[in-house]
Design a protein around this ligand. Structure first.
Ligand SMILES: [Fe+2]
Length: 295
C-alpha cells in the first residue's frame, strides 16, 4: 500500500498515498479514529492543485477540544511573553478559541490583512519549495492537529504551529514582508549551502526570534509562539544579540528547547537585520563563514 510518512513521502507510481505512518510512541499511534482523520487530511492535501479551494477538514469533537485547551493556554502565555507586534497581529487574525479553524477561513482573513495565503501541505515540504513560495505570498501548511491526549505537545508542525505560530506573524504586514524577502532570497541563490544559510537564519528569526521590549526579551518567532513549554523556559537560554554570521553558524535541534537564542534591540532593529541579510545573502556567503557545517 502506498504510504506517506511524516517528513518523507513514498509514492508508488502515480498513485496517491493512503496511509500516514505514525511512529510508535506518537501520541495518536493507537487511536484508529485519529489515524483515519490523519489519512483523510493527507489525501485531501495530496489531491490539492494550485487554484483549488483549500480543502475543508472534518475535525471531530476531540480535535476541537484539543484546540480549545492549547489555544487558551498559549493565549495566556502570549499575553506575558509575546512582543507587541504579535499581540496586535493575532488580535487582527481573530482565531476561534472553541474549535479548530478551517485553514481556508484563516487564509482568507490573512489575505485581507497582509496579502498572504495558505496552501495545504501533506507534511514537510522540500526546502526550496517551502521557502520559495513565500515570495508568492504563499505559506505551505499542514491541516492536522495534535492528539488530544497530549495537547501541549506535537512531534510535527500541526495547525497550532502553522496558524497560531506562523499565522500570527503573517497577520503583521511587517513580518509578512520579511517572509517575502526569505522567499526572494531563496529564489535568487543557486547553491544548497546558500539555501542552508537562509534556512538557519529563518530558524533563529521567524521560528525563534526575540525582540527586547522594556528591557525584557519578548517572543516573535512561530516555533516559540506555538510551544507552551518553551514559552516558560526561553529566558533560561543563552540570549545573544542578533548577528547573522553567528546565527547562521549556530547548530540547532528543532526537537528540543533552544539553548541559544538571538534578540533584537527593537522591532525596527529586527527588521533592519533581517532585511539586510536577506537582500545581501548570495552563493558566496557560506564560504565566507568559518562555520563547521560549511564544507
Ligand atoms: Fe514553522
Amino acid at each position: 500500500m502506498p504510504t506517506v510518512e511524516y517528513g518523507t513521502w513514498s509514492y508508488s507510481g502515480n498513485k496517491e498515498p493512503s496511509t500516514v505512518m505514525l511512529a510508535q510512541g506518537h501520541p495518536g499511534y493507537s487511536d484508529d479514529n485519529y489515524r483515519r482523520r490523519r489519512n483523510a487530511i493527507a489525501m485531501a492535501a495530496t489531491r490539492y492543485r494550485p487554484g483549488d479551494p483549500i480543502p475543508e477538514i472534518d475535525y471531530n469533537p476531540d480535535d476541537d477540544e484539543c484546540w480549545r485547551q492549547i489555544s487558551d493556554l498559549l493565549a495566556e502565555r502570549h499575553n506575558t511573553f509575546a512582543c507587541r507586534e504579535i499581540l496586535q497581529a493575532s488580535a487582527r487574525l481573530q482565531l476561534p478559541i472553541d474549535h479548530v479553524p478551517q485553514l481556508r477561513a484563516v487564509s482568507q482573513r490573512l489575505n485581507e490583512i497582509s496579502g498572504f495565503g495558505y496552501v495545504p501541505a501533506v507534511g514537510i515540504v522540500p526546502v526550496r519549495q517551502f521557502y520559495g513560495s513565500l515570495a508568492d505570498d504563499t505559506f505551505n501548511s499542514t491541516q492536522y492537529i495534535r492528539h488530544l491526549s497530549q495537547p501541549l505537545f506535537s512531534p510535527e508542525p500541526d495547525m497550532v504551529h502553522e496558524v497560531i505560530g506562523h499565522g500570527s506573524m503573517l497577520a503583521s504586514k511587517r513580518f509578512a514582508d520579511m517572509y517575502r524577502l526569505v522567499g526572494r532570497a531563496v529564489r535568487r541563490v543557486t547553491t544548497s549551502a546558500a539555501v542552508e544559510a537562509i534556512s538557519r537564519f529563518f530558524w533563529f528569526t521567524m521560528e525563534c526570534g526575540l525582540i527586547r521590549e522594556n528591557g525584557d526579551p519578548m517572543v516573535c518567532g512561530a516555533s516559540l509562539l506555538s510551544s507552551y513549554g518553551e514559552l516558560a523556559q526561553f529566558r533560561n537560554a543563552t540570549i545573544r544579540p542578533m548577528d547573522p554570521a553567528d546565527m547562521v553558524s549556530q547548530d540547532y535541534d528543532d526537537k528540543t528547547y533552544q539553548p541559544v537564542l538571538f534578540c533584537a534591540r527593537s522591532l525596527d532593529h529586527f527588521e533592519d537585520v533581517v532585511s539586510k541579510f536577506l537582500q545581501d545573502v548570495d552563493d558566496e556567503y557560506p564560504s565566507k563563514l568559518n562555520a563547521s557545517w560549511v564544507i
